[in-house]
Design a protein around this ligand. Structure first.
Ligand code: SF4
Length: 741
């Protein structure tokens, strides 16, 4: 409050999916401070170190200030915007004319604004007629999307963060929330301190700082938790703790192919006794029993998870099985009872999931293969019927696999535009994918040089969030507007301006008319275009106009069907969800129903309770690669460190990667703290110093992935096997060999 500033400008944090509300302090036209927004319903004024210090990277000397074009000698040369944009548009036109509409791909980010992602998606699908549209949420949230859609019929959680304060038991699995969503963790911690009887269960291979407040830790080998969830369900049903009424009214029990009865489900679960699952997973049987009892009997249990469940070969199934625990215990549709996926990035939900900026989706998170929905979007976009291709494009890993030189017939994707992400550091099994980025025509929009800009043909300097404004939608379906606070540095430009200029040069000015220099005006035009498409869908943001988002101090949660509507804290519940009484649902919902899953494609108002067979990770340790490796983040660093390593205070904390080893493993390998070790998988190698900690299970090693040094980039080692349903790769589990160097 006391900072010496000329004005405070409302916005949202630039980093994680918590969606903390902020005010940016501006002095003499520069961002000089950030404080938490005490009215924000996400964070009530609190921020973590990243959000608080974000402004400090904005004026770092490395900021990209001019367009750069690679010359014949391999060096970059500064050019004008006109020259760079003409080059990009002409080359994209040439590649499309020569190799077809899918020759140029877009790869975006959960860190672009909703207006930007929507516009890229519209240009590619409605203009180029290509579904070669992907984004890094494929690498972090695709399994959560597939889990929600397959269980409930519609993406994203039914409840809100406010369930935390009403819960009696919190089940945290596949998430080191204390470091990855620190402000949400603060809410959990505060709730526990005020209400010591609230039970906290943490299910994780590592005893992370999150488990410090846990009443119960369920350790398990990476990738084996499907068995733990089934065992908990088995205990709940065997002990007669399940909610028969909820299951009978709301659940369709299914193998995915066939509908089965409850007895068959019970019989299926019988193999997952706590003792058998202890042998399989190393999770103690008595912990499983206790966790199951607490989950079922608390009166209001909330689950929260993140990448630990999603970045898996069976990530969608893992999501389904957590939903199952809520279905069989009736833990949903009431305060404190929620199956809640935490989103990693600030705008993976609002920007990529909701605008459908993945190769198989359209705005409103509906599949491109859906005839009715394609017709709806074509009408909204005023483009001829049949313009949008019904066939999905390549998912991320396939897109990068198929990216290559013009001369390579096996690589049909010849060019790519990458915005606000760093795939040359963030993809798993990097050795396999770097060549494609090197050989193709690569255009990168970013604020700093990265491993990916090193491979680019054209680098376009992008504006920082607080230099352009825009909407971010966080984990709890909440869209929050950031106002432009300051002018972009150098000649940096908002992505929205850049994509509109490319569209104009390629003949799509009518489709993307928001090409002016006033970034907030262009944002509003794009947002209004977008919310028009969502009108009358279960994802409606029709009432969340720009005017309202400017005035609302805490943003708005969808569904928000009219300008009078306050936004929706809980979906599928009569009286709380405006879509419940929506005309499209008239006649479907019985008068007696208080909870109804209207997104069910079969129109029976039910959700799916899945019998999913047990399947372990893509690779298990063996004699050649005897250790599990799992990866994650630390609280100070954000993803590949592009921004956080340019904030001096943060750069000093955890600048380098390290490997955590259990003391028993370290002793056996002759490793002491600080020794350099080599980590080798079937795909690549990495080397870094060792830390010895009892916080991990023997046989399980952990490495944070933010380090940019080639020798310490752990993603050379990670597994790129994908979930067959969500197509998300299994970053979280790899078999490795560890040697002292
Ligand atoms: Fe930003 Fe996430 Fe930290 Fe909040 S918790 S300040 S959204 S990084």
């Amino acid at each position: 409050e006391k900072a010496d500033v000329d004005k405070w400008v409302k916005g949202a944090c630039r980093f994680c999916g918590t969606g903390c509300g902020v005010y940016v302090g501006v002095k003499n036209g520069k961002a000089v401070a950030i404080k938490g927004n005490t009215d924000a319903k996400t964070n009530f004024g609190f921020l973590c170190v990243k959000g608080f210090l974000a402004f400090k990277c904005m004026y770092h000397k490395d900021r990209l200030k001019m367009p750069l074009v690679r010359q014949k000698d391999g060096k970059f040369k500064e050019t004008s915007w006109n020259e760079a944009l003409d080059l990009v548009a002409n080359k994209f036109k040439y590649l499309r004319d020569k190799y077809g509409k899918d020759a140029v791909a877009y790869y975006g980010s959960g860190q672009c604004t909703t207006e930007e992602t929507y516009t890229f998606n519209k240009l590619w699908k409605g203009g180029f007629r290509s579904n070669m549209v992907e984004g890094n949420p494929r690498l972090c949230m695709a399994s959560a999307v597939a889990g929600y859609v397959s269980t409930f019929g519609s993406d994203e959680p039914m409840g809100s963060y406010s369930d935390i304060e009403s819960s009696k038991c919190i089940f945290i699995t596949g998430s080191n929330m204390s470091e990855c969503h620190p402000v949400i963790y603060r809410r959990v911690m505060r709730h526990k301190m005020k209400n010591p009887d609230v039970k906290i269960i943490v299910c994780e291979p590592r005893r992370t700082s999150t488990s410090k407040i846990a009443d119960l830790w369920l350790p398990n080998d990476p990738g084996t938790d499907l068995a733990v969830f089934h065992a908990m369900a088995n205990v709940i049903i065997t002990k007669n703790l399940h909610d028969r009424d909820f299951i009978a009214k709301h659940a369709r029990i299914t193998t995915g192919k066939d509908v089965v009865d409850f007895e068959e489900y019970k019989k299926f679960l019988a193999q997952f006794t706590p003792e058998a699952v202890e042998k399989l997973t190393r999770c103690p049987a008595d912990h499983i029993v206790k966790a199951a009892e607490w989950f079922a009997t608390s009166g209001a249990t909330m689950s929260m998870w993140c990448m630990g469940l999603n970045q898996r070969k069976r990530g969608m199934w893992a999501n389904n099985l957590v939903h199952n625990l809520h279905i069989i215990t009736g833990n949903m549709g009431k305060p404190g009872a929620d199956s809640f996926s935490l989103t990693g990035q600030p705008n993976a939900c609002g920007g990529v999931r909701e605008t459908g900026a993945l190769s198989h989706l359209l705005p409103g998170t509906k599949p491109v293969a859906n005839d009715k929905w394609r017709a709806h979007v074509e009408k909204a976009w005023d483009i001829p019927a049949g313009t949008i291709d019904p066939k999905p494009g390549f998912h991320t890993m396939l897109m990068f696999e198929k990216l290559g030189a013009e001369s390579d017939a096996e690589k049909p994707v010849k060019g790519m535009l990458v915005s606000t992400t760093n795939p040359a550091q963030s993809l798993p099994n990097l050795n396999k994918y770097i060549r494609g980025m090197q050989d193709s025509f690569l255009v990168v929009l970013d604020i700093f040089p990265t491993r990916t800009t090193q491979l680019a043909d054209v680098i376009l300097p992008a504006a920082f969030l607080y230099e352009k404004g825009g909407v971010f939608g966080c984990s709890e379906r909440r869209s929050q507007l950031t106002e432009k606070a300051v002018e972009p540095i150098g000649q940096a430009k908002p992505d929205l301006w850049i994509v509109a200029q490319i569209a104009k040069r390629m003949g799509f000015e009518k489709l993307i008319p928001w090409n002016g220099n006033d970034s907030m005006k262009a944002n509003e035009q794009a947002w209004t275009d977008y919310i028009t498409v969502t009108k009358d869908t279960e994802h409606t943001l029709w009432g969340a106009t720009y005017d309202r988002l400017k005035k609302e101090k805490a943003g708005l949660q969808w569904p928000c069907p009219s300008v009078e509507h306050p936004g929706t804290e809980r979906r599928y519940v009569r009286g709380l969800d405006p879509m419940f009484e929506h005309p499209a649902e008239k006649g479907n919902i019985p008068d007696s129903a208080q909870v109804y899953f209207y997104a069910d494609a079969k129109k029976e108002g039910k959700l799916n309770l899945f019998l999913r067979p047990y399947e372990g990770p893509g690779e298990m340790p063996d004699k050649d690669f005897p250790f599990f490796l799992t990866t994650g983040r630390v609280v100070e660093q954000w993803h590949t460190g592009t921004m956080t390593m340019r904030i001096p205070e943060i750069a000093r904390t955890h600048p380098n990667a390290y490997i955590e080893l259990h003391p028993d493993d370290a002793k056996q390998l002759g490793i002491t703290a600080g020794d350099m070790v080599e980590i080798v998988s079937r795909r690549g190698r990495s080397s870094m110093p060792a830390r010895i900690t009892k916080g991990t299970l023997p046989g399980v090693a952990f490495v944070p992935w933010h380090d940019q040094a080639m020798a310490r980039m752990i993603n050379f080692v990670c597994n790129d096997v994908v979930d067959p349903d969500s197509k998300e790769p299994e970053y979280k589990v790899a078999a490795v060999r560890i040697n002292k160097i």
